[in-house]
Design a protein. Structure first.
Length: 124
């Protein structure tokens, strides 16, 4: 049976969706904007937003009984592909030496004026 995953350690959804869903051992994490959960605000720089996005995803994974080492696939959305190298350095610091499969695309616009958003599929 599908289980809704929710934690106060990551920002709540900004629309009609949930932070994540889990079916058996499969965890599908919704896209996480770079909102600082402590302030509820979006930091100004892409680097700060990338860290917040990854931390938010990590908090949701933890709530689902998972972690970064169990991530199978991510999708990164960037407002500007010129930020790819900056975001890439931050992104890889969360995964150690075994990286998941990934897609990274530039989008026309992200919710709340975000600069980066990351979603994932993991197992628990």
């Amino acid at each position: 049976m599908k289980e809704v995953i929710a934690t106060k350690n990551a920002p709540g959804a900004v629309g009609p969706y949930v932070q994540a869903t889990k079916l058996n051992n499969l965890v599908l994490c919704s896209g996480q904007l770079g909102i600082d959960v402590a302030t509820g605000k979006m930091p100004e720089t892409v680097e700060e937003q990338a860290h917040c996005s990854m931390k938010n995803m990590g908090a949701i994974l933890a709530e689902a009984g998972s972690d970064y080492s169990k991530v199978l696939k991510t999708t990164s959305f960037l407002a500007d592909m010129n930020d790819f190298a900056k975001v890439n350095e931050i992104y890889k610091s969360y995964f150690g030496t075994e990286f998941p499969a990934r897609s990274c695309v530039q989008v026309a616009k992200l919710p709340l004026g975000g600069l980066v958003e990351v979603e994932c599929i993991a197992y628990a």
